[in-house]
Design a protein around this ligand. Sequence first.
Ligand code: ADP
Ligand code: MG
Length: 305
Amino acid sequence: MSDINLKANLSNEIINQQTTELATLDKELTDCLTRNHYQILSYICNGSTCSVYKIVDINQTMLAAKIIDHRRIVPKFREQLLPNELMITRMVSHSNIIQIENVLQIDNYSIIISELAIDGDLLRFIQQTEQPLIDKYRKWFTDTTQGVAYLHSKGIGHRDIKADNVLLCNGGIAKLADFGYAILTLDLRGRVQLCTTFCGTPEYAAPEVLRHIPYNVTVSDCFSLGTLLYLLVTRKLPFGCGKTIRTKEGAFQQYKRIMAKNWAVCGEIEKDPNLYSLIDQLLHPDVKYRISAEQVLLHPWIKQN
Ligand SMILES: Nc1ncnc2c1ncn2[C@@H]1O[C@H](COP(=O)(O)OP(=O)(O)O)[C@@H](O)[C@H]1O
Ligand SMILES: [Mg+2]
């Protein structure tokens, strides 16, 4: 059992700290934004691969700019994952997925302009909130699952579902963001393609992903949804977190805990059998028994309000 006092990402491995000072931003970058009639207003935060800023467009609409400096990301990210992210963000449109407004590309930068999530990300919200706000969390978890079900219906797997990639927008709507690891899950004939590369965040990874065996991305996404739900209702990650699980031995121990269903039944989960049943089916170690995003939306815990 682990507390959530972490930003569960691999930031140091992928990117060095990027500047937060607007005055020191590269001229190439600011010129590009100005040419496209955007003005940077303020820094929001750094992600594992980017810096994110609040910007405004010519109509004074507030937006977010996710700025990826090509010189600061590892070649695998630059050559494979970034083109994938740019392609997939353009393919999706759903009320529970952050809407992309524009993508700008210049020599050293890719800039993804999207709607602004005014209330930030869900991890930050949970960290700042002591009490589990079950009805609110049920709503945000349902929103997120609707986004995931949409992606899966389009043959897209997300591969990095976690609280920091769920953003809170105007009107109290949760939307899934960050397609940095997203992938097409079907081949040209519509058959499921299994994936073999480890991607995403170990704390949220399904056992089959930790094992490095070919896995069905949509099924492993649902395990991450289970981790997210557990985190929302307990403020803890079900199977641990931190540096140790980023080692080979640590990942193996994590795998064993998942296979033994070694997550604590506590707090709200102890009180509500429907919640227990939903988490149990999402964190199921056996892919045959893990429920899909569509099935989650029909589950009694989602329906009870
Ligand atoms: N549209 C947005 N509105 C507000 N904050 C955002 C937006 N997009 C990203 N962020 C913030 O920036 C962080 C990093 O963005 P993300 O797309 O997840 O990048 P990374 O691939 O580096 O994780 C998010 O966790 C969130 O806190
Ligand atoms: Mg992210």
